[in-house]
Write a protein that binds this ligand. Structure first.
Ligand SMILES: Cc1cc2nc3c(=O)[nH]c(=O)nc-3n(C[C@H](O)[C@H](O)[C@H](O)COP(=O)(O)OP(=O)(O)OC[C@H]3O[C@@H](n4cnc5c(N)ncnc54)[C@H](O)[C@@H]3O)c2cc1C
Length: 459
């Protein structure tokens, strides 16, 4: 028996969860991640049941050496949540959630998805900023910043984070908040998985239950009008309006005429979280941009709009992503969109221009690690396709589109929308906060144990 086999057997005795090695029947499931491009074979997946398991797992990984992945919802486009020959600290079974409706706070474990969290808080008529797709993990999404339908009114996900429990690289369990380990708390809010394993998130909730939401699909020949309208409208729209512009290949949405299915269109996807009558007036402004090919706008539970795109984005597809921030959607940027957006290659692929103004702008640039508080837009070009044989052409479309937008964008992009070949942009992503992040990394992870991420190197 090898040393490693002995140590993983001993490990099983000291943890509550499961030790999954290549001979385990669940190995293939435990090693696979959302992005099918990353077919990794870790030496061991430690499927943690609680924070105690995480402490043991971190110590084991540190002593073993080599790669360490932290797995929450496994949605990392660069596939950071699995690796070859290393350790995966798998938190996906840690799904505890507790809502305190009197205090408007939810405490959630890192295996929760936004579907889990929204379901729990909806019952109390409460919500907080999560992502656009409900299968995404709360953990990775929050630690990078967290952009979603409610950003303009409620801020980024990190702006609603009250505290986090963290296991650091040396195996210590720390609470991070404004009053405890405040430097760690600052770094966690935008710094990604660089600083430790978060075992619990505490979020502030807002009185949001049923919203007015939906999608307006416009013909491509009105894309210029739509993008110009969107850039002007979203700058001053009431903050209850979360709306983003998109190019898409139409799925068989029942509200579209059958002949439109499979066609390429531009669209505005909207979510109004205020009073319904006022929302109808705002939706009328969007409807007036151009005669829509079709629309579906209706009052619905907030968790429903959060699941609108779920079926188009199943586990195991090929993914290649790029992201950029922009202060303005200039005419030059609109020209780049008009050139590349209509070439969107598959029904699964998304180009979305999210607004990150409103409440997010009221947080100063150095208040959290997330530095782009002056950007109005966060653009994602998310190439998603089923067949590995089509990798080259889809990657090329994403890269060409991104390069065309680059002269009209900020140097940095949102860390959660970047791919593995974007490590050279990390310093730009954090602007003036970068040096402080490297100091905090040195304090909490001096050997860079947690390096499978958009990596901040210790000073
Ligand atoms: C379909 C889809 C839709 C998306 N939509 C949005 C969106 O609307 N808004 C948005 O902001 N982003 C969005 N993203 C990007 C998303 O935020 C990132 O992919 C994020 O990393 C996913 O988190 P996860 O927990 O699912 O992923 P994982 O792959 O499990 O984790 C990603 C990384 O986060 C870190 N991490 C995860 N859990 C922990 C933890 N407990 N402690 C410390 N570090 C941890 C690790 O570095 C890990 O490698 C989307 C991604 C996908 C695939």
């Amino acid at each position: 028996m090898t040393t490693q086999q002995v140590s993983t057997e001993q490990l099983q005795e000291s943890i509550h969860g499961a030790i999954i090695t290549p001979d385990h029947p669940e190995y293939d499931d435990a090693r696979s991640v959302y992005n099918g491009m990353h077919d990794r074979r870790p030496a061991v997946v430690i499927r943690c049941a609680d924070a105690g398991d995480v402490i043991t797992a971190v110590s084991f990984a540190r002593e073993k050496g080599g790669d360490v992945s932290i797995r929450g919802g496994a949605h990392s486009a660069p596939g950071f949540s699995s690796n070859d020959d290393g350790v995966v600290i798998d938190l996906s079974h840690m799904k505890g959630i507790h809502v305190d409706p009197a205090a408007s706070i939810v405490r959630a474990e890192p295996g929760c998805t936004w579907a889990d969290l929204n379901h729990a808080t909806y019952a109390f008529g409460l919500a907080t900023t999560g992502g656009i797709v409900s299968t995404t993990g709360i953990a990775g999404l929050t630690l990078g910043g967290g952009i979603g339908y409610l950003t303009r009114g409620c801020g980024l996900a990190i702006d609603n984070l009250i505290s986090a429990d963290v296991v650091t690289a040396d195996g210590r369990f720390l609470v991070a908040s404004d009053t405890e380990n405040a430097d760690l708390f600052w770094a966690l809010r935008g710094g990604g998985g660089n600083f430790g394993v978060v075992t619990s998130f505490e979020f502030r909730l807002h009185p949001i239950k049923d919203i007015l939401a939906g999608i307006f699909v416009f013909p491509l020949d009105r894309a210029k009008d739509m993008l110009r309208f969107y850039r002007d409208y979203i700058k001053t729209a009431p903050e209850e309006m979360g709306a983003f512009a998109a190019f898409l290949v139409a799925p068989p949405f029942p509200f579209l005429p059958e002949e439109a299915h499979g066609g390429t269109y531009c669209a505005i996807i909207s979510c109004w979280s205020g009073e319904i009558d006022a929302g109808e007036r705002e939706m009328a402004k969007i409807r007036d941009v151009a005669p829509p090919v079709g629309e579906m706008v209706a009052p619905m539970p907030y968790p429903a709009i959060n699941a609108l795109f779920d079926e188009l984005l199943p586990f195991g597809m090929q993914n290649y992503w790029k992201g950029s921030f922009a202060k303005e959607l200039t005419d030059g940027a609109i020209d780049a969109h008009l050139q590349h957006g209509p070439q969107i290659p598959t029904v699964n692929t998304a180009m979305h221009i999210y607004p990150i103004n409103g409440a997010s702008h009221r947080v100063s640039e150095d208040a959290t690690a997330f530095a782009y508080r002056d950007a109005t837009f966060s653009t994602v070009i998310a190439g998603v396709w089923p067949d590995p044989a089509d990798d080259d052409k889809n990657v090329k479309w994403v890269r060409d589109y991104y390069q065309a937008l680059e002269p009209h964008s900020e140097a940095g992009g949102y860390v959660n929308f970047l791919d593995a070949d974007d490590q050279g942009r990390i310093k730009d992503n954090y602007k003036g906060n970068y040096d402080r992040l490297t100091q905090i990394k040195k304090k909490y992870d001096p050997t860079n144990l947690f390096h499978l991420n958009q990596n901040i190197q210790p000073a």
